[in-house]
Design a protein. Structure first.
Length: 487
């Protein structure tokens, strides 16, 4: 059977490359190639820039309310095609249908809707300076680049294009080579909604195509989602042309469970924050610090629920709540971390093995895994694993727990479970993380800014401030009096 071949999406349509180079995309749940994609060669890259220049000229000349109307049409189309798009995400990523069906497309559409609404509300300032005055305009940056990770491919494309386009920019987006289709579908939807050709182009390929975007002198900003080490390369490369950068990178986030917490709720949060999307979520609370008075209760309930309530298998089956990891390589990497956890002396509470469910025997599944008796110096406690692997640690002193939680170069997210309202805020204010939850974990509405402290990122996505990251301020001084000149 022949599989489809997708071309790059440039200037409102598919564009054939000249090199003939393609790459294969596999369904992680079956290990089968499902389609091929053409790599963006120099011909496609030039076309992407030239059409983005044209697209930017047209789009930025429209009023914000005109842009808003078109983006809201795209939101309508995204929602109307929810199931078709969710299925693409399941086949590309291996995540369960029961998640993609209600999260991936919806949360992407929400963000475009949010920024479409905000665009016409962006205002400058004016101030009198004696009899003269100045005013400011919020102007778009020009052509921006978006580079995405593979865990939420369509959502990431929406989270980057929403604010970029609302502010009047053009965006060239490169999805991960593992999950390239969602962004193409978004590009088609933008065109159907009335976004001018060239405003949202999709280029395909691996690191070299990403590098080209970060180096190009025609691109003003790069918004990147991916690993910390890749992020450092992107920032270094973007510095060559002094591009603005937004970096959404990895984490090793702590969740602190105090002895007055609702333990069932805390276990729910820990399971969501480690096993949802089979653990492939940047904000996951992979370090769970539990107060010694409730430690046994916590791990007893965690073990029971993990062993009874997780259903791995064909991700398209709506009953399945644990999907396949993105690739064989990543599967092996996660299994390597599990081996390290065992060899460094952590106790395996549950899981710790690869799974071969009957309905998806060739998929890259890993059993939800919980390590107890962990110590702060273990590799599994220090490094981002990006799989369903949780480390549980004990504490008995609030200050010490905060110190240990902060003892990392990462700072993406953090959480606290306690019924003591003063302690909740006192603790969360001391945690060095950009995205925090109290008696909750993982929710990320369009209205709430998200991004990392320390090496977890630069800048923010979502929330009002993100629009500022896609605009630049022009100050205009207006002389109302005669110029005083010594000449
Ligand atoms: P990678 O860093 O491997 O890749 C991210 C993107 O960058 C991909 O499109 C990749 O292309 C591209 N890329 C690779 N090398 C370069 C380069 N030198 N220059 C420019 N682009 C490059 O991340 P993953 O895809 O493995 O994603 C997982 C990571 O993403 C985790 O660390 C996770 O924490 C983080 N993440 C962070 C989020 C946040 O909001 N903070 C959200 C989601 C994930 P290709 O893959 O095709 O090679």
């Amino acid at each position: 059977m022949t599989t489809p071949v997708y071309q790059n999406f440039i200037n409102g349509h598919f564009l054939k490359n000249q090199s003939g180079e393609t790459f294969a995309v596999k369904n992680p749940a079956t290990d089968e190639v499902i389609y091929h994609v053409e790599v963006a060669d120099a011909f496609v890259q030039n076309a992407a820039i030239e059409s983005a220049k044209q697209g930017f000229a047209t789009w930025s000349a429209m009023t914000p309310i005109e842009r808003s109307r078109i983006l809201l049409k795209a939101v309508e189309l995204l929602r109307a095609r929810n199931d078709e798009l969710a299925k693409i995400e399941v086949l590309d990523t291996g995540k369960p249908w029961q998640e993609a069906e209600c999260v991936d497309v919806q949360t992407g559409a929400d963000v475009i809707e949010y920024f479409a609404g905000l665009a016409p509300a962006q205002v400058g300032q004016q101030q009198m300076v004696g009899e003269d005055f100045y005013y400011t305009r919020k102007e778009p940056l020009g052509i921006c680049a978006g580079i995405g990770a593979w865990n939420y491919p369509l959502q990431i494309a929406c989270w980057k294009s929403g604010p970029a386009l609302a502010a009047g920019n053009a965006l060239i987006f490169k999805p991960s080579e593992e999950t390239p289709l969602g962004a193409i579908k978004l590009a088609e939807i933008f065109i159907e909604a009335g976004v001018p050709a060239g405003v949202f182009n999709v280029v395909q390929g691996a690191a070299e195509v990403g590098q080209w975007l970060t180096q190009s002198d025609d691109i003003e900003k790069v918004s990147f989602t991916g690993e910390v080490d890749t992020g450092k390369k992107v920032v270094a490369s973007a510095a060559g042309s002094l591009k603005d950068v937004t970096m959404e990178l990895g984490g090793k986030s702590p969740l602190l469970v105090f002895d007055d917490a609702d333990i069932s709720q805390a276990v729910s949060a820990a399971m969501l924050g480690n096993f949802y999307t089979q653990g492939e979520i940047c904000t996951n609370c992979t370090r769970i610090y539990v107060h010694k008075n409730v430690y046994q209760q916590f791990i007893d309930e965690l073990k029971t629920r993990t062993e009874q309530n997780i259903i791995a298998g064909d991700p398209m089956n709506p009953e399945v709540n644990l999907g396949a990891l993105i690739s064989k390589n990543h599967h092996d990497l996660v299994m390597g971390y599990i081996d390290k956890g065992i060899s460094e002396g952590a106790t395996l509470l549950t899981g710790g093995k690869a799974l071969k469910p009957d309905s998806a025997p060739n998929g890259y599944f890993v059993a939800p895994t919980v390590f107890t008796d962990c110590t702060d110096d273990m590799t599994i406690v220090k490094e981002e694993i990006f799989g369903p692997v949780m480390s549980v640690l004990v504490f008995d002193d609030e200050d010490d727990a905060i110190r240990r939680a902060n003892d990392t170069h990462l700072g993406l997210a953090a959480g606290v479970f306690t019924k003591d309202i003063k302690r909740a805020h006192r603790v969360i204010h001391q945690l060095q993380a950009g995205i925090c939850w109290i008696n909750s974990y993982g929710n990320s509405p369009a209205e709430m800014p998200v991004g990392g402290y320390k090496q977890s990122g630069i800048g923010r996505e979502n929330g009002i401030e993100t629009l500022d990251h896609y605009t630049q301020t022009k100050s205009i001084y207006v002389g109302m009096t005669d110029i005083e000149s010594p000449f």
